[in-house]
Design a protein around this ligand. Structure first.
Ligand code: F6R
Length: 596
C-alpha cells in the first residue's frame, strides 16, 4: 500500500532510490516519483510502473532524496497525484503511505491561508501544513504538523534548505531505517534495504526520525529522545530476487516445502509453541483478512478436530465493528505482513474486550507481532509476490502445531495420537513437493481452461475454505471470475449459473466427504459444466466421470489443505501466465493493505 524509500549519504541518491523502490513495487504500482536534494530540490513523477518513471528520468545530481511508488487511495492514479508532493515554494517534498483522515479540513484551512494545491490527494494537505510551520527546521515543522493530523501515515520529507537531511515519521503504517557506515536509508519495508545493510531500526507509532549521513535520531511527537539499538535482519538480498524464476509468485510456490520445514523446525518434537491453552480457554476466535482469513477458516477445522476446542473464524474488517458477546475467547490473529490495518484494528478491539491475543505472523518486528500478547512466527521467508502462497501454507502449519499443543494441554489428545499426527505433519513438505513435481502437467491443464470467463470452486468440510483460497488466487492474478461454494450449497441456488461455459474445480480427495463430493460432482456434470477434479493419487473411479484430474498425494483429511492449495496455486499461476497477466503485480492490488 504505497512504498517509500529515502537515502542520505555520500553516494548519488538517484540510482540507489530507484533500485530500492523497485524492491517495494509489490506495495503499489500505479504511479511513482522521486525527489532529490542537490543544489536545489528536483522532483520527477509519473503515472505507471517505476520502469516508466526511470525511462524518462534525467541524471539528477544529489546525495539525498526520497522516492515513492503508489497504490491510490485519495485521487485517481495520475501524474499530478503521484508522490512526492511539493509545497508552494517548491522547496519541500513529502512522500506518504497511509490516509490522512482530516485532510479536508486541513486543506480548506490551508487554501484560506493562500496555499495553492495541485492534486486531489490527502497527502498534499500535510505538505502545506508542514510548509505553514516551516521556519528553517524541518523536524520541528513536521512535529507541529503531525500533532494536528488524524489517520495513518508513514512519511518521508526533505527540504532544499536542509540538504543531507530526511525527516521521517510513522503512525500505523510501517517505516524502517537501514543503518550503514556514512549513509542511512529509510523504507516502508526491509526488502528495499537488503542490498545495503542488515542493520535496521524499526520506527514505532507516533515517532519522528531524522536521518543524516552520519546519524539517525529518533524522538516522539513531544520531542523526547528515544534510544533504540539497531537489530540485525536474517533475510538476504537473494531472498528478494527471483532466483531464476519468471515470477516471484512461482519462486515462492516452489519454496513451500522448505518453508514448511522451517516453520516446523525445533518446534514439532516437543510442540514448543505456546497457544495459551494451558490457561483454560474454552473457545477460540480466529481473525484475519484475505488469504490469511482462509487459513483462519481452515484453522477452525484444525483446532476443533485436533484440540477439540470450539473455534470460529471472522473477517477482521467485520470483527472490529461487531458487538460481540461478553465471553472472552482466545483471539488468534493471522497476518503475513503484520501490518494489515483491518487485522491490527481487530487485534486492538480484541484487547479492548479483554481477550488474550495470539499472532501468527511472518514479519518479525511488525506491528502485529509487537502488540499481541504472544506471536508464533511462520518462518516462510520474504514473500514478495502480491498473491500470498507460502505464507498461507505456513500459517496452516502454525495452526497444526497450536492445535497439537492445545489438544495435549487440554487433555483432549493422547500422546500416541499426537505422535501419529506429528508424523503426518512431518510428511507435508514431501506431499507438497509431489504436487510441485506436477507443475508441467498443471500448466497443460491451465492452458485448456484459459478462456473461461467464470469458474466455480467447490469443496466440503476443510476443503471448503481451501476452495475459497483457490478461487481467490485465480481471480486476483488471472482476472477470471471465480466463486467458491461449499459443495452441498450448489443445489441451493448457484446451480442455476452452471452451463458448459462454467468449468468447476472440485476438491474431491479421499476423505469422509468423498462420496458426497462425488454426488455433487454428478450434479455439476448433469448441467454440462466441465469438471477438473483435485483427487487423491490412485483414485481410479473419479477419472471416469470428470473431464480432468489433478492428483495430489493421499493424506488424512485434515492434512489435505496444504497440497491441494499448492495444486490450485499452480493452476492459477499457469492460467494467469497463459493469459499474459502481470502476475506479481495484479491490477488494483497491493501487498500489505495498511488502510481500512
Ligand atoms: C491474497 C492476499 C491478500 C492478503 C490479505 C491479508 O493473495 O495476499 O488477500 O492475504 O491482504 O494480508 P496479511 O496476511 O498481510 O494480513
Amino acid at each position: 500500500m504505497c512504498g517509500i524509500v529515502g537515502y542520505t549519504g555520500q553516494r548519488k541518491a538517484l540510482p540507489i532510490l530507484l533500485d530500492s523502490l523497485k524492491r517495494l513495487e509489490y506495495r503499489g504500482y500505479d504511479s511513482a516519483g522521486v525527489a532529490i536534494v542537490g543544489s536545489e530540490l528536483k522532483v520527477v513523477k509519473d503515472k505507471g510502473f517505476i520502469a516508466n518513471l526511470e525511462a524518462q528520468l534525467p541524471a539528477i545530481e544529489g546525495t539525498t532524496g526520497l522516492a515513492h511508488t503508489r497504490w491510490a487511495t485519495h485521487g485517481a492514479p495520475s501524474k499530478v497525484n503521484a508522490h512526492p508532493h511539493v509545497d508552494c515554494s517548491g522547496r519541500l517534498a513529502i512522500a506518504h503511505n497511509g490516509i490522512i483522515e482530516n485532510f479536508m479540513e486541513i486543506r480548506e484551512r490551508m487554501e484560506k491561508e493562500g496555499h495553492v494545491f495541485a492534486s486531489q490527494t490527502d497527502t498534499e494537505s500535510l505538505v502545506h501544513l508542514v510548509e505553514s510551520y516551516y521556519d528553517g527546521n524541518l523536524e520541528t515543522a513536521v512535529r507541529s504538523a503531525l500533532r494536528e493530523v488524524r489517520g495513518s501515515f508513514a512519511i518521508a520529507a526533505v527540504h532544499a534548505d536542509e540538504p543531507g537531511r530526511i525527516v521521517g515519521a510513522r503512525n500505523e503504517s510501517p517505516l524502517v531505517i537501514g543503518v550503514g557506515p556514512d549513509e542511512n536509508f529509510l523504507a516502508s519495508d526491509v526488502p528495499a534495504l537488503l542490498k545495503h545493510t542488515d542493520k535496521v531500526l524499526y520506527i514505532l507509532d507516533k515517532e519522528i526520525v531524522v536521518l543524516t549521513a552520519s546519524g539517525v535520531a529518533i524522538s516522539d511527537l513531544e520531542g523526547r529522545t528515544v534510544s533504540r539499538e539497531p537489530e540485525r535482519i536474517t533475510w538476504t538480498l537473494e531472498d528478494a530476487e527471483k532466483g531464476g524464476f519468471e515470477h516471484f509468485m512461482l519462486k515462492e510456490i516452489f519454496e513451500q516445502p522448505a518453508a514448511i520445514h522451517e516453520t516446523l523446525l525445533g518446534r514439532i518434537a516437543n510442540l514448543d509453541v505456546n497457544g495459551f491453552f494451558a490457561e483454560g480457554f474454552t473457545s477460540v476466535k480466529l481473525v484475519a483478512c484475505g488469504t490469511s482469513y482462509h487459513a483462519a477458516l481452515v484453522g477452525k477445522y484444525i483446532l476443533e478436530e485436533i484440540a477439540q476446542i470450539p473455534a470460529s473464524a471472522e473477517l477482521a474488517s467485520e470483527y472490529r465493528y461487531a458487538h460481540g458477546p461478553s465471553e472472552r475467547p482466545l483471539v488468534i490473529l493471522l497476518s503475513q505482513s503484520g501490518e494489515t490495518a483491518d487485522t491490527l484494528g481487530a487485534m486492538r478491539e480484541a484487547k479492548r474486550r479483554g481477550c488474550k491475543t495470539l499472532g501468527i505472523c511472518n514479519v518479525v518486528g511488525s506491528s502485529l507481532a509487537r502488540e499481541v500478547d504472544k506471536t508464533i512466527y511462520t518462518r516462510a521467508g520474504l514473500e514478495i509476490g502480491v498473491a500470498a502462497t507460502k505464507t498461507f501454507v505456513t500459517q496452516l502449519v502454525a495452526l497444526y502445531l497450536i492445535a497439537l499443543r492445545g489438544g495435549l494441554d487440554r487433555g483432549t489428545l493422547g500422546y500416541e495420537e499426537a505422535d501419529g499426527l506429528k508424523d503426518q505433519l512431518r510428511s507435508l513438505p514431501r506431499a507438497v513437493q509431489a504436487v510441485l513435481n506436477r507443475s508441467e502437467e498443471i500448466e497443460r491443464l491451465a492452458e485448456k481452461y484459459r478462456d473461461a470467463k467464470d469458474m466455480f470452486y467447490i469443496g466440503r468440510h476443510v476443503n471448503y475454505p481451501v476452495a475459497m483460497e483457490g478461487a481467490l488466487k485465480l481471480k486476483e492474478i488471472s482476472y477470471v471470475h471465480a466463486e467458491a461454494y461449499a459443495a452441498g450449497e450448489l443445489k441451493h441456488g448457484p446451480l442455476a449459473l452452471l452451463t458448459p461455459a462454467t468449468p468447476v474445480v472440485a476438491i474431491a480427495v479421499r476423505d469422509h466427504t468423498y462420496e458426497k463430493m462425488r454426488s455433487n460432482i454428478g450434479e455439476v456434470v448433469a448441467r454440462g459444466s466441465p469438471v477438473l477434479a483435485i483427487a487423491s493419487e490412485g483414485d481410479r473411479e473419479i477419472v471416469k466421470f470428470v473431464d480432468d484430474v489433478l492428483a495430489v498425494p493421499e493424506l488424512p483429511g485434515i492434512f489435505n489443505p496444504a497440497p491441494v492449495t499448492v495444486a490450485m496455486q499452480l493452476f492459477a499461476y499457469h492460467l494467469a501466465r497463459t493469459r499474459q497477466c502481470p502476475i506479481d503485480k495484479p491490477r488494483n492490488l497491493a501487498k500489505s493493505v495498511t488502510v481500512e
